[in-house]
Design a binder for this molecule. Structure first.
Ligand SMILES: Nc1ncnc2c1ncn2[C@@H]1O[C@H](COP(=O)(O)OP(=O)(O)OP(=O)(O)O)[C@@H](O)[C@H]1O
Length: 290
């Protein structure tokens, strides 16, 4: 089990006038992630998701508060925790001058894997993501989707029990995105706990057992996508505003939604089930991708 207790992260920076200011990136966060979950951190750009992942994976220290892996604390037990976790960063960070196999070798060596284990693991992992035939190709020659798949299995080489993925499908087309989702599900089935960040609502809905909605460094909701959606109300009515934008309202009963829709004089009225996007807009007043 992974636990954040009163975690806060601030950054000092110089504002436009050159004056030193403090940015609160993560504000008093309390969170528990259970073994075996696919857990999603959902929020718009700048919400604090990457900062949280960096603290969880010990690339950055909390300004205040503590992060526990069971009884291990990231402040004192970094070496032991590193063996438990795998990290898939947001930006592709292979050595582009090396081949696929050489990049995997490098990662295995950094994790002190014996040569024999390394060789076996690399061929197993490349087979897993159908990249065996590319082992001697330069990483540069791979497509974006292939690089992402390779990034994921590279993080699994030392057999971590928790895998962190920061925006695993950012900038990928829908077909490639689905393939990455299948890979994440496959790893989860194999027993790996998954923690991912996303600003794609569909990704959180498709993959996550539970979702934490983060806005401006704060945790504003935490539950299963279905429970979050039921809490705000399961029925939505939407319509065109005068400026052409869509507006919506959420209701707890179908009858209320129907009565409201019947009394509307606006154009293009639609009744539908509510979704996670509605939850986000209701709670934050913002669209997730704005
Ligand atoms: N090193 C830093 N110095 C100053 N401010 C920072 C630093 N790192 C992050 N921030 C600020 O902290 C806030 C949270 O940033 P973070 O990258 O965690 O957001 P995010 O939710 O991951 O966004 P994105 O989806 O764009 O990656 C932002 O306002 C960001 O500008």
């Amino acid at each position: 089990m992974l636990r954040l207790e009163n975690v806060r992260k601030t950054f000092l920076y110089k504002n436009a006038k050159g004056k030193e200011s403090t940015k609160v990136a993560v504000d008093n966060m309390n969170l528990r992630i259970d073994d075996g979950e696919i857990f999603g951190l959902l929020g718009p750009n700048g919400a604090g998701k990457t900062t949280i992942i960096k603290m969880l994976t010990m690339l950055s220290r909390p300004t205040k508060g503590n992060i526990y892996y069971g009884k291990l604390n990231t402040r004192n037990d970094a070496q032991a925790i590193k063996k438990l976790i795998g990290v898939v960063p947001q930006h592709i960070n292979f050595d582009q001058d090396l081949t696929v196999g050489e990049n995997m070798q490098l990662h295995g060596r950094l994790h002190h894997m014996p040569r024999k284990d390394r060789e076996q693991c690399i061929s197993e992992m490349l087979r897993y993501v159908e990249l065996s035939e590319r082992v001697n190709d330069s990483v540069r020659a791979l497509s974006g989707g292939m690089k992402r798949r390779l990034l994921i299995v590279r993080a699994l080489m030392h057999k971590p029990s928790i895998l962190f993925l920061d925006e695993p499908t950012v900038a990928l087309d829908p077909q490639v995105r689905r393939r990455i989702w299948d890979l994440i599900r496959k790893m989860h089935k194999a027993g790996v706990t998954i923690v991912l960040t996303t600003h794609y609502i569909e990704e959180a809905e498709a993959l996550c057992d539970r979702v934490a909605i983060i806005n401006k460094g704060k945790l504003i909701a935490l539950d299963t996508p279905k429970a979050l959606q039921e809490k705000i109300g399961s029925y939505a009515v939407e319509w065109d505003k005068e400026n052409g934008e869509r507006e919506f309202k959420i209701f707890h009963s179908k009858e209320q939604a129907k009565a409201f829709a019947n009394n509307l004089s606006q154009q293009n009225i639609l009744r539908r089930r509510s979704n996670l996007e509605d939850v986000f807009v209701e709670l934050t007043g913002r669209k997730v991708n704005s």
